[in-house]
Design a binder for this molecule. Structure first.
Ligand code: 5GP
Ligand code: MN
Length: 336
């Protein structure tokens, strides 16, 4: 284990640092990573952000995005950075399986591992942990780490603020989830004071769809939405061919599940997608319905109570049927 004092003294001199985040990074994964990056480079550190896979085009505008190495596109280069690192920051995930093959490299590395995360049930692979499941985003915890633990609030410049604002905005559903409490709004206000342009950031993230992506959404809502009022549940399932027809790229299915959840009375929504090697599920729920429990118990996944995911190697039809049969077990909770 590493104390905060140990970590501070390690960070007092320039270090080789790797920042990594979860598979198929979202706005919080990239926002927290590039925000921490923009802070650490001001302190003279040699920093490399490594993502396990690619990420949506609507995040490519972020400051320092060109410095990101994508592990599955350049494994040798990424592995060298991990091997040389003195510190590895692990952001927005807490089990090494969330970073795919990169996980074993991180596990076996001699670097000090720092976890900054807000997911349940962390695996014990880290040396220092800034972890709080009540945080609305990992980016909120990066802010807290820089300002309140490292006492370096003066280093929150425009780039740091822009990235951290993006993470908080995306993971809090544009500040609408219960996790976006008064403290989060105060942090957002601070980040705006430091240069985050909230109107531009929102536009860059949310008004950045291709025509195909919008038409795909329309197709899902008109043709693929199945509402099961007897379970207060709505399901959208999509085949590989349908994804191909709409040229769906990384991130293009993000947000689709929320439309299913927006139906009056729906407590659980599922987006079930046939990918090349497996079927991926994205669940969203309202109130205290535990979407993560279903993902953990049946689909090798997990997540938060109201937003969870998992994957399974079975034909799409079977997964949809299995999901429907699981609803029986939860009927009382779904109708409560
Ligand atoms: P999404 O539906 O956007 O893929 O994921 C929603 C949330 O569920 C993510 O923020 C993440 O916390 C969690 N999640 C998604 N997929 C997995 C998975 O395969 N394993 C685990 N443990 N969590 C997941
Ligand atoms: Mn997050």
């Amino acid at each position: 284990m590493l104390t905060l004092t140990d970590l501070k003294s390690l960070l007092a001199t320039p270090q080789k640092i790797v920042i990594t985040t979860h598979h198929k990074p979202d706005g919080d994964a990239m926002g927290s990573s590039l925000g921490l990056y923009a802070y650490l480079i001001q302190k003279g550190h040699h920093v490399q952000v490594i993502t396990p896979t690619d990420y949506p085009a609507f995040l490519h505008w972020m400051p320092n995005n060109t410095n990101v190495v994508i592990f599955n596109e350049d494994e040798a280069k990424a592995a060298k950075y991990v091997a040389d690192a003195a510190i590895i920051f692990c952001l927005d995930f807490n089990t090494l399986s969330r970073i795919n093959e990169l996980g074993e490299l991180v596990r076996n590395s001699d670097a000090k591992k720092v976890m900054i995360d807000h997911h349940l049930e962390p695996e014990d692979f880290d040396d220092y942990r800034h972890w709080n499941i009540n945080a609305c985003a990992a980016a909120q915890l990066v802010f807290d780490f820089i300002v309140n633990e490292l006492k370096d609030g003066e280093f929150i410049n425009k780039d740091v603020a822009t990235c951290l604002y993006t993470g908080i905005m995306t993971d809090s559903g544009s500040f609408r989830f219960a996790s976006a409490n008064a403290a989060v709004y105060r942090i957002a206000a601070d980040l705006i004071d430091k240069g985050a342009e909230h109107d531009k950031i929102h536009q860059l993230v949310y008004d950045n769809s291709s025509e195909d992506r919008l038409r795909f959404l329309g197709y899902c809502l008109s043709n693929k939405l199945e509402v099961l009022p007897e379970f207060n549940t709505a399901i959208i399932s999509v085949t590989k061919d349908e994804l191909a027809k709409y040229k769906s790229g990384t991130g293009d299915t993000e947000g689709v599940v929320n439309y299913a959840l927006s139906i009056n009375g729906i407590r659980l929504a599922a987006l079930i997608i046939e990918r090349s090697d497996k079927v991926k599920l994205s669940l969203r729920s309202t109130g205290d319905f535990p979407a993560n429990e279903i993902c953990k118990k049946y689909f090798n996944g997990g997540g938060h109570r109201n937003a969870a995911g998992g994957a399974i190697e079975k034909p799409l039809k079977d997964v949809v049927n299995e999901f429907k049969s699981i609803l029986l077990e939860y009927k009382a909770q779904l109708l409560a």
